[in-house]
Design a binder for this molecule. Structure first.
Ligand code: NAD
Length: 310
């Protein structure tokens, strides 16, 4: 027996359906939005894009669609790549002051001539629905999760972990959690969230020695690295919960109709190998990725509720 009593002879892992769970989050946000209408408030989400990075354009289009589907007031500002830092800061200030905007995010990466930290720090913490402002980072790190706005990807991953625990009959306090990756966007806030839930947390990274052994300690293993299928089946403790944050585009066999080489998305975890050992696992695509936008909408509704004291 292992990870809180799952037999190592049990069949394959419970697959966490991020798409379905994200739909549930979005349905709740839409309901909260209808309730806010009774107070004369429509949550407003403003998204600022500088330049024409195609991946960023796809992301913000998805955010805009989700915001409209939730019944939000959705605002998008697309600025040319040569926009100066001062011009961007002036727009952020204007959106900070706009009472119709409850959530505000500036899509990263920004062009090199703009200091991203300065821009992120200019966003009003109460509107910082990405959760990247140092005030929100600080609130999370002191365990004040009820006042913070929490970064969307780890917040979504946490919901998936809770769902896996429900399914496996686990409780989090005292569990060993290993997070591979220490970025400000995913790894570090994920560690803070699991600490706040009383897990024993290890954050591994590119300088960690003997990573497979460290990973094998984990009841909850979160991979947020950006290395296709790096986590192999024999890195996974039998019965563990495996959360794959990675989104990596790799070549696939053959060509598509336009004769371009085909590509496919894979995570940081070798899925088939890990699923044969894990107790629960997220697929890529269809796992954590689907939760991120849903949590952005949840943060916007939360910011709107806080703004009007509901
Ligand atoms: P990042 O590049 O900022 O950080 C990667 C981390 O992995 C670093 O801390 C680094 O130390 C660690 N790392 C790199 N190589 C390593 C190795 N060989 N062994 C151990 N650790 C190693 O990346 P990020 O922004 O945290 O994103 C990580 C992955 O998650 C990427 O694939 C990204 O596309 C994906 N991502 C997905 C979502 C989502 O919505 N699902 C959101 C954000 C990021």
């Amino acid at each position: 027996m292992s990870a809180q009593g799952r037999s190592t002879t049990d069949a394959s892992a419970f697959v966490l359906d991020g798409a379905a769970i994200a739909e549930g989050v979005l349905a709740k946000v839409a309901e909260e939005t209808r309730a806010l209408a009774a107070h004369g408030v429509t949550p407003g989400l403003a998204v600022v894009l500088v330049g024409d990075n195609p991946a960023s354009q796809t992301y913000i289009a998805g955010k805009g669609r989700a915001a409209k589907a939730c019944g939000f007031h959705s605002i998008q500002h697309t600025l040319p790549a040569e926009t100066s830092e001062a011009e961007l800061l002036a727009l952020v200030e204007a959106l900070n002051a706009d009472p119709a905007v409850h959530g505000l995010l500036v899509q990263l990466p920004l062009p090199e001539h703009i200091d991203s930290s300065r821009v992120l720090e200019a966003i009003a913490p109460a509107k910082d629905v990405d959760g990247f402002h140092p005030i929100n980072v600080g609130l999370l790190s002191i365990g004040n999760t009820s006042r913070a706005l929490i970064p969307c990807t780890p917040a979504g991953a946490m919901i998936l972990i809770d769902r896996a625990c429900e399914r496996l009959g686990w409780t989090l306090p005292g569990m060993e959690a290993v997070i591979i990756g220490r970025s400000n966007i995913v790894g570090k806030p994920m560690a803070q969230l699991l600490l706040a839930r009383h897990c024993t947390v290890t954050v591994a990274h590119s300088r960690t020695l003997d990573l497979p052994s460290v990973a094998r300690r984990a009841d909850i293993l979160v991979a947020a690295v950006g290395q296709p299928e790096m986590v192999r089946g024999d890195w996974v403790k039998p019965g563990a919960i495996v959360i794959d944050v990675g989104i990596n585009r790799v070549p696939a066999h053959g060509r598509d109709a336009s004769a371009k080489p085909k590509t496919r998305l894979v995570g940081d975890v070798a899925y088939a190998e890990a699923a044969a050992v894990a107790g629960a696992i997220t697929p890529v695509p269809g796992g954590v990725g689907r939760m991120t936008i849903a949590m952005l909408m949840a943060n916007t509704a939360l910011a709107a509720k806080r703004a009007v004291g509901v």
